[in-house]
Design a protein around this ligand. Structure first.
Ligand code: C2E
Ligand code: MG
Ligand code: MG
Length: 560
């Protein structure tokens, strides 16, 4: 058959299909202006051809679709070459219909977009709709975890055949749960949508972004030449996602953690590639905010190490490996020690001193924190009572962990620790972190009120690192704000941090709260704090945390 015949047969087929299809089909130019629409379209939208041609199809920008989502749709379309999603179609008679819209772009030989072809089908009763729902996340319009599994398998086979590398990046939004808890789900959802948009801008057209979990995204990078190529993309993503995002009038500080695994270096199939990217992501989360990690076999060794540590921790209390250190809090004007923070220490028989930041999270996960926390509280109170007897009215601060704070019998526990030790309640200060306090503010208010009824003091620890609601802060019965060390590290040189510190001090004065800066290491920091009205400090400049006997010596020296 001649090529001409085939071509005209094809044209006839497309023509018949276009004319008779029950779906609404339309074709636009690259700017989204309608070139032609089939009868199904004109019927569905109750519009005549002359009204439609040359204009942007109403379905793309009206009937519940606001300007923002219209632009988002076009951005997605440009980057990804296609778009699928549910839209609302407001008909002339006022009825609002849910429709499923899919659009794909058509390019010429030079790779330039020449047309967009769109189809619209009734969302309520179409098979393809449920299929789409199955594979696409309706919030971000990104393919979901199911499709990730499929695509990963496909890409691995492709890479294997062509002797190529392929990278899987797993991303987790830092502190997403906190953001959700603080601002509510609507803001959380909006943030996820913005993040999805940003991620798409960071990758090439051929790379696919997935929403693989609640606050988790995945990206498959194909045809990766070197491991560094994946690092470059990771860096670009970190840059694009770190900073302040405005969502419904709230300034939200965001960043992500990324784990990377590369086929075939880090695994020979879908399962190890996914698992190892996950391990790398967990490692990135442990390292801190805003970083990426390539998978390393030692990370699995680390996981094993953690398991061993967990077992050791179960026995640590009974074996007397835990102790409490005390770090003085100083009133800078008089140079006098006014109190101290009790900080737990674990001397491991093989590994030596293990810092609390390493074992407290394990204790939290395993529930061991409740017995450990009770032990710290009781031994701190007993020690405070000794100092109280020598005539030093020192305030002792004890940290409460998140689980401890939510524990039902926290109030009776504190009461019993006070009673058994015989110390004055007004000399005990309980520290909860800012993030803990804002998690369930109404519950926090109740717990804090009952604790205050016992006569103890309350401090908000690590202040400035979470998201405080000022209205709650005003309602909480708190006595002290502790400015987090991270804001002090670079003051006075870092003007942004310096301003934050100034603002926290001013705020605590206006709320009638006592304020203390922690992690003061340099004279210049102390000077700045004093100048701006913060008179209490804690940090290596004065003393590191020390055992009780050494603290005795500090007190003795002061008296002398
Ligand atoms: P945190 O409550 O914010 O305690 C302050 C931390 O800063 C302590 O670390 C302290 O040693 C350190 N620090 C104080 N001054 C300086 C300084 O000038 N420079 C530097 N670089 N660091 C300074 P530590 O003892 O390692 O404790 C870390 C965290 O572990 C604590 O942070 C607290 O959140 C937690 N923690 C410690 N003991 C306990 C405890 O008994 N119970 C609970 N739930 N958490 C605890
Ligand atoms: Mg503390
Ligand atoms: Mg702190």
């Amino acid at each position: 058959m001649a090529e001409n015949d085939i071509h005209s047969a094809k044209c006839a087929f497309y023509d018949i299909f276009f004319t008779n299809a029950s779906e609404a089909i339309f074709i636009t130019d690259p700017k989204g202006r309608m070139l032609t629409a089939n009868p199904g379209y004109l019927h569905k939208f109750d519009i005549c051809e002359s009204q439609a041609i040359g204009k942007i199809p109403a379905i793309l920008k009206s009937g519940g679709q606001d300007e923002d989502s219209f632009h988002a749709l076009f951005r997605t379309l440009k980057r990804r070459g296609s778009y699928r999603g549910e839209i609302l179609n407001k008909r002339g008679d006022g009825e609002v219909l849910r429709e499923w819209l899919s659009i794909s772009s058509h390019k010429n030989g030079k790779g330039e977009i020449t047309h967009y072809v769109g189809t619209v089908i009734d969302a309520a009763n179409q098979m393809s709709q449920s299929l789409n729902k199955h594979y696409y996340d309706s919030l971000t319009m990104l393919p979901n975890r199911l499709l990730l599994q499929d695509r990963l398998e496909f890409m691995i086979n492709h890479a294997r055949r062509n002797n190529e590398l392929m990278a899987l990046l797993l991303l987790d939004i830092d502190r997403f749960k906190l953001i959700n808890d603080t601002f509510g789900y609507e803001i959380g959802d909006a943030l996820l949508q913005l993040m999805a948009d940003r991620l798409i801008t960071c990758v090439r057209d051929v790379d696919v972004v997935f929403r693989s979990g609640d606050d988790e995204f995945a990206i498959i990078l194909e045809e990766v030449a070197h491991q560094e190529d994946a690092s470059k993309v990771a860096k670009r993503i970190l840059n694009a996602c770190a900073g302040v995002i405005k969502v419904s009038g709230h300034d939200i500080h965001t960043s992500v953690c990324i784990g990377i695994s590369i086929f075939p270096i880090d695994g020979d199939g879908k399962v190890p590639i996914l698992q190892n990217a996950e391990t790398a992501m967990h490692r990135a989360r442990e390292v801190g905010l805003n970083n990426y990690q390539h998978y390393k076999p030692s990370m699995n060794a680390r996981a094993l190490e953690r398991l061993t540590l967990e077992n050791d921790l179960r026995n640590a209390l009974g074996r007397g490996e835990l102790s409490t250190f005390f770090q003085p809090q100083v009133e800078i004007k008089t140079g006098k020690i006014t109190g101290m923070e009790a900080l737990i220490r674990w001397r491991h028989p093989e590994h030596g001193m293990i810092p609390p930041n390493q074992f407290i999270p394990i204790a939290e996960d395993t529930g061991l924190i409740l017995s450990i926390g009770e032990w710290v509280l009781r031994s701190a109170c007993a020690q405070a009572r000794k100092w109280q007897k020598t005539g030093e009215p020192l305030i002792i601060s004890v940290n409460l962990s998140a689980n401890q704070f939510q524990q039902e019998d926290l109030v009776p526990l504190v009461e019993s620790a006070l009673r058994d030790s015989g110390m004055l309640p007004s000399l005990l200060e309980l520290e909860i972190t800012e993030s803990m306090s804002m998690k369930n503010p109404e519950d926090t208010l109740k717990t804090l009120t009952s604790l205050k009824d016992l006569g103890v003091r309350i401090a908000i620890d690590d202040f400035g690192t979470g998201y405080s609601s000022l209205s709650y802060l005003k309602r909480f019965p708190i006595d002290t704000l502790k400015i987090d060390r991270s804001f002090l590290m670079d003051i006075p040189e870092n003007s942004r941090d310096a301003e934050i510190v100034k603002a926290i001090i001013a705020m605590s004065h206006s709320l009638n709260l006592s304020v203390i800066a922690e992690g003061v290491e340099k004279e210049t920091q102390a000077q700045y704090l004093l100048e701006h009205g913060c008179e209490k400090m804690q940090g290596y400049l004065f003393s590191p945390p020390v055992p009780a006997q050494e603290f005795d010596r500090l007190l003795h020296a002061q008296r002398g």
